[in-house]
Design a protein around this ligand. Structure first.
Ligand code: ADP
Ligand code: MG
Length: 462
């Protein structure tokens, strides 16, 4: 087996074991040697080697067979012995390039079902039960639920949009799972826009375009994920448009997702854009702190099932929910790594340990907001002059926004208190600390202020 073949096997494994398992267990493996039909892989630690041998050997073997590699057995051996010190451990757990990518790779294989519906594999974990509902995604969740009931079509299409990792694919899979359970006879087709194009091009090449058309027109529900992909691809758009219209005419439900609103997708034909907007358009807002914490708590429960009873120290989840604000997928990756670390070191994951182990993730999710931007936005919001932010005035109408800016500066930048003090007209770090505390206190019993903070944060993050 060559390095390249191992690369293909890895790619396949990424789909079958899931992103998190892949990053934690498969990515650190290297191809060591091949003896006849025994493939030897090397792992950086004993722990990983054992774990892989116990839990993933079959997966790996199957992936190899699927790639036409005649392996009978795999053996995972330890390459270098690493002392169990936490700082060494973290290096072996995941190299920086293995941090979850912005996008999950689309399912490469398109297994055919009996009646030849090309379907992407559904992720068994993406169910409604596993979806945590909060303010930012409540509407999208409710709309998805409605579609999943399979009642008469009331809005067509359902168009879900939102940034990367906010749960669009999860909701679409949940709809499919639910419908399959409720109406086993319904023909539910979920695929990515990329797969749609792939099938279309293939049908053209093999002169089977009539089959292609009748296939897509025979489904009861069509779900196309990441439709922004077809922007600029004219003939695919054309075909998509006809498929779309044919299904709408038959009163069949369509669910579409994209990373932005229909009106904002460039290089999309106007008629498609207006078609896409003609049903119910709902967006998944960026997560807020409560939702992130909720998701983490739920994932802890799910991970416990896989890793056993791992102790996550006090304040660790809160810390993660505060610091990793971009993308739920990154949040999950962080948690998976913590669980692996915990079972590796065999003790509670404290805040310190977590910070060490996740340093790279934390660094890359640091928002690049500056103190000056924060001051400007806050001044704008409260209608005060920017110069008053750094000036000496003590009036409440000025001092309060200033404290809010201090609080946001502490929360949203990596600057130290003395550093922030300097940027607030040379104030002492104790003044900044006082301001931060004051706002923390106020936000718990002043809903208006809490809302302002949310809004400002969102403005600054976008
Ligand atoms: P998108 O398709 O919007 O890029 P995904 O649906 O792939 O995002 O979600 C990324 C990851 O985050 C998935 O593992 C998904 O299960 C998880 N996730 C996102 N939102 C939620 C939520 N509200 N509750 C539970 N898990 C979530
Ligand atoms: Mg997606």
């Amino acid at each position: 087996m060559t390095k390249a073949a191992w690369g293909d096997v890895r790619k396949k494994l990424r789909d079958t074991v899931g992103e998190n398992n892949f990053i934690t267990w498969i990515a650190p493996l290297e191809l060591a040697a091949v003896d006849e039909d025994v493939v030897r892989l090397s792992a950086p630690t004993n722990f990983i080697a054992n774990w892989v041998n116990r839990n993933f050997a079959d997966h790996i073997l199957r992936a190899m067979t699927a790639q036409g590699i005649p392996a009978q057995r795999i053996e995972v051996v330890v390459e270098v012995r690493v002392p169990a010190a936490a700082e060494r451990v973290q290096r072996t757990l995941a190299a920086p390039q293995d941090i979850p990518r912005a996008t999950r790779p689309a399912a490469v294989a398109l297994p055919r079902t009996d009646d030849d519906i090309p379907a992407a594999t559904l992720d068994a974990r993406f169910t409604f039960d596993n979806f945590v509902v909060g303010k930012p995604n409540a509407l999208a969740h409710a709309a998805a639920r409605r579609v999943a009931e399979g009642a008469a079509v009331t809005f067509n299409p359902l168009f879900l949009y939102g940034g990367v990792g906010l749960g669009k694919t999860h909701l679409m899979h949940a709809i499919a799972h639910e419908l399959q359970a409720r109406k086993p006879e319904a023909r539910v087709l979920y695929l990515s826009a990329e797969q749609f194009m792939y099938r279309f091009v293939q049908a053209l090449r093999e002169r089977q375009i009539m089959d292609f058309k009748s296939l897509f027109r025979s489904v009861d529900i069509l779900m196309v994920d990441d439709v922004q992909f077809i922007a600029g691809k004219e003939s695919t758009q054309e075909e998509f448009f006809h498929t779309f219209n044919a299904l709408v005419d038959q009163n069949k439900q369509i669910v579409i997702s994209a990373d932005r609103a229909p009106g904002e997708i460039k290089d999309l034909e106007d008629r498609i854009r207006s078609r896409l907007s003609s049903g119910l358009v709902v967006d998944l807002h960026p997560t807020d702190y409560e939702l992130r914490l909720g998701i983490l708590q739920q994932k802890v429960e799910l991970n416990r099932a896989a890793y056993g009873n791992v102790e996550i120290g006090h304040g660790v989840l809160e810390f993660l929910a505060h610091r990793i604000t971009t993308n739920v997928r990154v949040l999950e990756g962080a948690l998976t790594r913590l669980f692996a670390l915990a079972s590796l070191v065999g003790r509670e994951v404290t805040l310190d340990l977590a910070q060490d182990c996740l340093a790279d993730i934390l660094r890359s999710s640091d928002r690049k907001v500056t103190v000056e931007e924060i001051q400007r936005k806050v001044a704008e919001h409260y209608n005060i002059r920017l110069s008053d932010m750094i000036g000496p005035k003590r009036l409440r109408v000025i001092a309060r926004p200033r404290q809010i800016a201090m609080y946001l500066a502490k929360q949203m930048t990596t600057r130290s208190l003395p550093d922030i003090g300097r940027r607030f007209g040379g104030r002492d770090h104790t003044t900044i600390m006082h301001g931060v505390r004051k706002v923390e206190e106020l936000r718990t019993n002043d809903p208006q202020l809490a809302e302002d903070l949310d809004l400002l944060r969102r403005l600054l993050e976008s």
